[in-house]
Design a protein around this ligand. Structure first.
Ligand code: CA
Length: 230
């Protein structure tokens, strides 16, 4: 079942959309604020995000930008604003579509369907390969020597950040910024050390002599194997 994150603070829109999309066979998670949205995005993997621009504690565009830094998940912006400038901004961030309120739930549903269909097709060929590690972007699954890796959402994101930046020294702060929102201080640089250790245990043959994630000077790390996409 495809999972959609609805980021919206308007109760009647939440109620209407949740009811309709559930009936159509989608799994819906709701975030009513920017803070909630960031939490959900950090802890879960979605097939599509519907993103309201005007949130009580922030701007949907900012969240859209943060999402784009780490994933190509389809985004539909939902907003009361219909200024040309806002539409251009939304699309330039990399949104897949844009709907202005008031909108028809049915029309939104049709757009969701066509975007998901497109992304399923595009993702079908999207694979990242590096040594014995393979990521199927479609299914958000990672494999090592043909066997599926049992990764948490954070480990999976971390693996993707590394494989998207091969041969590049990344310090703990870079990694923190890629994986969690920088404005939230509940994650410390030491947390990264712990995640790296866990990820190495899952992908390296010998964690004391890592081949994929090597340690570089000044507390940094590097994905040390070439990455191919096909
Ligand atoms: Ca709103």
């Amino acid at each position: 079942m495809e999972k959609i994150l609805l980021v919206e603070d308007n109760a009647s829109i939440i109620k209407g959309l949740t009811f309709y999309l559930k009936k159509e066979g989608y799994q819906i998670e709701v975030a009513k604020s920017a803070v909630e949205a960031r939490k959900q995005i950090m802890n879960d993997i979605f097939d599509l995000i519907i993103l309201d621009v005007g949130l009580p504690d922030g701007d949907g565009f900012e969240i859209g930008e943060e999402v784009r830094r780490m994933s190509q998940v389809p985004i539909i912006f939902l907003t009361a604003r219909d200024e040309q400038e806002d539409i251009i901004k939304g699309l330039s961030i990399g949104a897949d579509d844009y709907m202005t309120k008031p909108f028809s739930v049915k029309e939104l549903h049709l757009r969701i369907n066509s975007i998901l269909k497109r992304s399923r097709k595009a993702d079908a060929q999207m694979v990242k390969v590096s040594g014995d590690i393979l990521i199927e972007i479609t299914n958000n699954k990672a494999f090592r020597k043909g066997e599926m890796l049992d990764l948490t959402p954070t480990e999976y994101k971390l693996l993707n950040v590394f494989m998207d930046n091969p041969k590049l020294a990344l310090n703990r702060e870079d990694l923190l910024r890629q994986i969690w929102d920088t404005n939230e201080s509940f994650q410390s640089a030491n947390t990264i050390t712990v995640y790296i250790k866990r990820l190495r245990e899952k992908i390296e043959d010998n964690i004391s002599e890592p081949v994929y994630i090597t340690t570089v000077r000044k507390g940094g790390y590097m994905w040390d194997v070439e990455v191919f996409r096909r």
